[in-house]
Design a protein around this ligand. Structure first.
Ligand SMILES: N[C@@H](CCC(=O)N[C@@H](CS)C(=O)NCC(=O)O)C(=O)O
Length: 214
């Protein structure tokens, strides 16, 4: 049995976790979920949301289920310390701040752009992301002043933030700034990303071919 069971849909948020799995050199087995059919009983038993990515880590002290792409990235960086992608003490504040900002305000802002949701005037005070403009300018400000989330060094926070920026820019959802584009270009030279994308793309093509036969 592999150390990690990984539930994913090709070319979905699961791709973030596949990149993370390759960065840490995890021994994993993927389970491809058919997006058209929806989650099976096996995935629903692990994650009541029926969402991917979901992982099960078969650890010495038992099985641990982790859901939510950002949480999985954080978890993997911690259980594979030799990969050097968890934060040092000095990097911890930036690392957690922007990992959570990515999963919270940034993810919400992206979904607002994707769905066309329009908040009423004054609602920005209670909406966690405030306004889309403020979120985008916060991320632009971060990336204008440094190479990576924690400064000079690539960490797991970059797997998450870069994935979000890169995919949503490709999909035409995010109006990426020059600083965001330069950041993505810096992060995307990682060999682990090329490996992970190769597998994800091959699985996507297999799924497309199988669907066109039915
Ligand atoms: N909050 C979750 C979102 C996961 C999510 O929405 N995954 C989508 C794919 S990108 C999914 O599983 N969709 C299938 C479904 O909802 O049935 C995370 O950050 O991991």
């Amino acid at each position: 049995m592999a150390d990690i069971d990984f539930y994913t849909i090709p070319m979905s948020r699961g791709a973030i976790v596949r990149w993370a799995l390759h960065e840490v050199g995890a021994d994993y087995q993927h389970h491809i979920v058919d997006a058209a059919k929806g989650p099976g009983a096996d995935l629903l038993a692990l994650n009541p949301m029926g969402k991917v990515p979901t992982i099960v880590h078969h650890a010495a002290d038992g099985d641990h289920v982790v859901t939510e792409a950002a949480a999985i990235c954080t978890y993997l960086a911690e259980i594979y310390p030799d990969a050097g992608l968890a934060p040092t003490e000095a990097e911890r504040a930036d690392y957690y701040r922007w990992m959570y900002f990515g999963a919270g305000p940034f993810e919400s802002a992206i979904m607002v752009l994707n769905t066309g949701f329009v908040a009423e005037e004054g609602q920005e005070k209670s909406l966690g992301y405030g306004t889309v403009d403020r979120v985008l300018s916060a991320v632009d400000g971060l990336l204008s002043g440094r190479d990576y989330v924690c400064g000079d060094r690539f960490t797991m926070a970059d797997v998450y933030l870069c994935s979000q920026i890169s995919v949503t820019t490709m999909m035409g959802i995010l109006p990426a700034t020059e600083a965001m584009k330069a950041y993505v270009a810096r992060c995307e030279v990682r060999p682990a990303l090329a490996e992970a994308r190769g597998i994800d793309f091959a699985e996507f093509e297999k799924q497309q071919a199988a669907q066109s036969e039915t």
